[in-house]
Design a protein around this ligand. Structure first.
Ligand code: PLP
Length: 387
């Protein structure tokens, strides 16, 4: 494979070698069904339970609160639908205008089914309108669902504050922490929430495996019916290799998020992100950062090149071996203007030229320097083509 500079880590991350090594035996020799009574099956069951402990430890949970799923999207669907099924008397839901489509599409379907969904807005930096959040959370609300870190801008919501308001009004609370778990410390015992979604592939685990944390006193209904796996909340033979890989990724992430010295992995990634941002802003006058004044996760920056088109920038960067993303949804190869930047009230010109750079610990400062050096030349070419 030709060398690439991979700055699309909010889409997915490179699995760690330790993760792949841990998975392989469960694809080759250890293929028994973890529900089988024989010793062969029980050995595999043990591996699944070790992974459950590793994932639980990452977020300070207890293992039986972890339900393995096929990824972030399934966890979110199970959380929202599973919670609402237990509350048939209440037909209102509160969420935000900047959620991932995994949440928004479920909300749209709920509206078609007769629910009233309130989409709380954000300011021009992507910070939630707390007054509106407060106002929307009335006693008639069954569920509040909001994200921890935004996948497009990195802007973070204050989970304890928002959740406390929702919980106090009697709502169940779900947090989409797909972009934060494994990257920043998360202690679910300090969050007044009931349900938290996560995905292994966002923190150097494999794709197609995720988990939903279900607080131990919270009852939800299953969405996938079948066998009695995952405490009857998710039927179907487990993705054992994926679960084992996610467990190892969680254990390694835990060591990193627990570090507090300034030389930690997180700080190193933040330094690279900041240097990328500074370099681009200094070299390219049309560049502006979206959400830069808000509290953001340390690996993400969303930079708009006003007047240029996202697709054209993506293609030019791709030809130069630089992988970035629009951050927004893509359909049939073209980029749909971001609903997140729209909710922030940003102009069409800003939204149409937005690029998301998302870093990981596998990036190097030399890569960042290279991107900062080539971007002005590439964009000058584009601007020239336009003129
Ligand atoms: N939620 C957020 C904030 C995400 O960024 C993503 C993936 O990009 C998801 C949910 C969906 O996760 P998955 O692709 O693992 O289903």
């Amino acid at each position: 494979m030709p060398r690439v500079i991979y700055l699309d880590n909010n889409a997915t991350t490179q699995p760690l070698p330790e993760v792949v090594d841990a998975m392989l035996p469960y694809l080759r020799e250890q293929y028994a069904n973890p529900s089988s009574i024989h010793q062969f099956g029980q050995n595999v069951r043990h591996a699944v339970e070790v992974a459950r402990e590793q994932v639980a430890l990452l977020i300070h949970a207890i293992p039986k609160e972890i339900i393995f799923t096929s990824g972030g999207t399934e966890s979110i669907n199970l959380a929202i639908r599973g919670a609402l099924a237990m509350r048939p008397d209440k037909k209102q839901v509160v969420t935000t205008a900047v959620e991932h489509s995994a949440v928004l599409k479920v909300m749209e379907q709920l509206e078609r089914e007769g629910y009233t969904v309130h989409y709380v807005g954000v300011d021009s930096e992507g910070r939630i309108n707390e007054a509106e959040w407060n106002e929307r959370l009335t006693d008639g609300v069954a569920l509040a669902s909001f994200m921890h870190a935004n996948n497009e801008t990195g802007v973070m919501f204050d989970v304890p504050r928002l959740a406390a308001i929702a919980k106090e009004r009697g709502a169940l609370v779900h947090v989409d922490a797909v972009q934060s778990i494994g990257k920043v410390p998360v202690d679910v015992t300090s969050w007044p929430v009931h349900l938290v979604s996560m995905a292994g592939h966002k923190f150097h685990g494999p794709k197609g495996v995720g988990a939903l944390w279900v607080q131990r006193r919270t009852r939800i209904a299953p969405m996938i019916l079948g066998g009695s796996q995952e405490r009857e909340l998710r039927g179907g033979t487990e993705n054992v290799a994926g679960i084992v890989g996610m467990g190892v990724a969680a254990e390694i992430a835990k060591r990193e998020v627990d570090q507090s010295s300034p030389s930690s992995t997180m700080q190193a990634v933040r330094n690279m992100r900041d240097s990328l941002e500074r370099g681009i802003l200094a070299a390219i006058p049309i560049a502006r950062v979206s959400g830069g004044q808000a509290e953001r996760i340390y690996n993400t920056t969303n930079i708009s090149f006003e007047g240029l088109a996202t697709e054209a920038i993506l293609i030019l960067l791709s030809e130069a071996g630089i992988c970035v993303s629009s951050g927004a949804a893509c359909s049939s190869g073209s980029v749909e203007p971001s609903h997140v930047l729209k909710a922030m009230g940003l102009s069409d010109a800003v939204r149409h030229g937005a690029i998301r750079f998302s870093l990981s610990k596998f990036n190097t400062q030399a890569e960042i320097d290279e991107v900062v050096a080539v971007m002005p030349k590439l964009l000058a070419r584009l601007a020239g083509l336009k003129g």
